[in-house]
Design a protein around this ligand. Structure first.
Ligand SMILES: [Zn+2]
Ligand SMILES: [Zn+2]
Length: 636
């Protein structure tokens, strides 16, 4: 059936189901959802169940929008919104988008604007005609979040066209009689970096992740030139598990070379992705390196991004439904579940995950309606890779900080901007609040503060404990007074030239660049100071050399080469990882419901991937295999 006929058919079915006196002006696909335009949005708002029932019978997500004729002028609408919501929702901004009949309401307490079961929102709709959409006022101003919201507003016309094309593409008719499912490894197998898979059926192609291997100049990109990947514009969708560069660093390259389709990821992944891509370009330029895309390609990607929440079943191709589940690795990280053909096959691609609680996130989800094939990460898949518990790690870190402060020293922690930094921040804040360590400043340098602002914008992606602190107790730990963002060169100079006991968290995590180097040069010679590693240090990085015990560190600087005397105490605190350790990887599969038929391993060095695959086979009698780059496996 042609798409126009599909739409007019849907329109008829909807008209049969709505109350009398409801005029449906038109229906249109927009991304994965079906938009219904009506002159009587009140009728829908009055009966919350109509949309739910329609979605159920038509088996698609439905959004109702007012026909432009019925919209109340924005100035009046603002007054009406203010009259409807409780006073303490604290409204901070409004944006009206006449093209989609939507008003975005920024509120400090979005829950109050939404009301119980969406009651207040429906009230608003009835009074103003516009469809209200509520977003949280960021408690810490994030330049990234602001810029992205602004970008989406100014590009709404383009976006509308893009979403229409995507929607029509998803709902095209299936034509093939064959039934098969294949997965091709394009990168990230028996290695860490450049993660990329292609999931294909006779109808569609979906790419999962498109990472860069930042540690390698020769094998930096996934094998994107393979015949099954080209031409790029035949790919239906790109799905991103999370925002680390080894999973999304080359997405802009796809747009540079002809991909025109959507990116599906969670909202925090989208925002973090843009932040990290732009920073990647920036850092490369400063190092005199060139990366294969420009910031305009980053913007192209953003324009094509469709944000999905956890547990939302979404059509992304005619025969593939995607559902994201919490992965517990970094903010917005998702395990992707693909339901293929009408029950033909179910594949779970884990991305990076933590099957255990952390200060920030709940453990990764391993319960699915159905699953036959699992592709799992294996970073700590080797049988020797057991990590100490988070409790031990926290205690260890607290002791080190206490000791250093007692010596009047400074604690320097090299950290990645996203993930471990926030985990360590929460641990320090907790210890300071409880008086376990003295009330000292914790300086945050590099992109850490900006990444923290993104965390604070999306508390719904944090674990229960943190959410309770933030919402019920009004105690957002990220806003604690001990945290001092280093937002100027002057402040950095002051910390270095007039040192007092403090903790400094600074990027980069492996000490190959970034502000951490300035602190290191200044504080390395004094044995009262401590350098604490909380993350993995790859071979070849300065971090690894220091761990090996180098005492004279040659560094290049503006004035030529210099040698830094390394007298600082060096401590390694394991256990803060956002990855599952060996036991958690095994348990994740063992306790998975339902049990999968086969498990493939990836994202780990060769030994880890093979070790995990063989242990899973021996212990749980599953068909397993460590995937190799460039191979295609038939699943059905
Ligand atoms: Zn990761
Ligand atoms: Zn990774």
């Amino acid at each position: 059936m042609a798409i126009e006929d599909v739409l007019s058919d849907l329109k008829k079915k909807i008209e049969e189901k709505v109350p009398d006196g409801t005029t449906i002006t038109s229906v249109e696909f927009e991304g994965p959802q079906l938009v219904v335009y009506t002159e009587n949005p009140k009728n829908f708002a009055d009966n919350g169940h109509i949309v739910r029932n329609l979605a159920k019978t038509l088996r698609t997500r439905i959004v109702v929008r007012p026909d432009p004729k019925v919209l109340v002028p924005p100035e009046d609408a603002i007054e009406k919104i203010k009259d409807t919501v409780p006073k303490d929702s604290i409204l901070t901004n409004f944006h009206f988008d006449p093209d989609v009949g939507e008003v975005v309401i920024e509120a400090e307490k979005p829950g109050l604007v939404i009301g119980k079961h969406g009651e207040t929102l429906r009230d608003i709709t009835k009074k103003i005609g516009w469809t209200p959409k509520v977003v949280r006022t960021p408690p810490i101003k994030s330049r990234t979040v602001n810029n992205i919201r602004e970008f989406m507003r100014t590009n709404h016309k383009d976006r509308k066209e893009i979403l229409k094309t995507v929607g029509r593409n998803i709902h095209r008719e299936c034509t093939s009689k064959d039934k098969w499912v294949r997965v091709t490894s394009l990168g990230g197998c028996k290695e860490v970096g450049r993660s990329c898979f292609l999931l294909s059926t006779p109808e569609s192609k979906v790419m999962i992740d498109c990472g860069v291997n930042v540690g390698s100049d020769d094998n930096m990109t996934p094998y994107l030139y393979l015949p099954e990947v080209q031409p790029l514009n035949q790919i239906d969708a790109v799905v991103l598990t999370h925002a680390h560069l080894d999973h999304q660093g080359l997405v802009p390259l796809l747009y540079k070379y002809g991909y025109e389709g959507p990116i599906y990821c969670t909202s925090p992944t989208r925002d973090m992705m843009v932040l990290l891509q732009l920073d990647y370009i920036d850092v490369a330029a400063k190092d005199g390196k060139r990366i294969p895309y420009e910031s305009s390609n980053v913007r192209d990607g953003l324009k094509h991004t469709i944000a999905l929440g956890f547990e939302e079943v979404t059509d992304i191709a005619p025969d593939i439904k995607l559902t994201f589940h919490n992965a517990g690795h970094i903010i917005g990280s998702a395990i992707s579940h693909f339901h293929i053909g009408d029950g033909l096959h179910n594949v779970v691609i884990t991305g990076d995950y933590k099957y255990g609680p952390t200060r920030l996130f709940d453990p990764a989800v391993n319960k699915f309606p159905r699953v036959e094939t699992v592709i799992t990460e294996s970073t700590y898949g080797a049988s020797s890779a057991i990590q100490p518990s988070l409790k031990e790690a926290e205690k260890n870190l607290q002791q080190i900080v206490k000791r250093t402060i007692a010596n009047n020293g400074i604690v320097l922690i090299p950290a990645f901007a996203v993930g471990r930094s926030q985990e360590v921040m929460i641990v320090l804040e907790d210890a300071i609040r409880k008086g376990i360590i003295d009330d000292i400043p914790v300086y945050l340098d590099g992109m850490i503060w900006e990444a923290t602002a993104i965390h604070a914008t999306y508390p719904e992606y944090l674990n229960n404990n943190l959410r309770k602190l933030i919402f019920q107790k009004g105690q957002n730990p990220f806003l604690a007074e001990c945290f001092k963002p280093v937002d100027s060169h002057d402040l950095r100079k002051k910390i270095i030239n007039d040192p007092h006991p403090c903790v400094i968290l600074a990027t980069s995590g492996m000490m190959n660049a970034g502000p951490v180097m300035e602190y290191f040069k200044a504080f390395a010679p004094d044995p009262n100071n401590t350098l604490v590693f909380v993350g993995y240090q790859a071979d070849g990085t300065l971090g690894r050399r220091i761990q090996k015990g180098w005492k004279e560190i040659p560094l290049s600087s503006k004035n030529g080469a210099e040698v830094v005397q390394m007298n600082m105490d060096v401590q390694v605190v394991d256990g803060f990882s956002g990855h599952s350790d060996r036991k958690q990887l095994m348990d994740f599969i063992k306790k998975m419901k339902p049990q999968p038929e086969r498990v493939f391993t990836e994202h780990g060095d060769e030994r880890s991937c093979i070790d995990l695959a063989s242990s899973l086979h021996k212990k749980y009698r599953l068909e397993t295999r460590a995937l190799t780059n460039l191979e295609t496996v038939r699943l059905v």
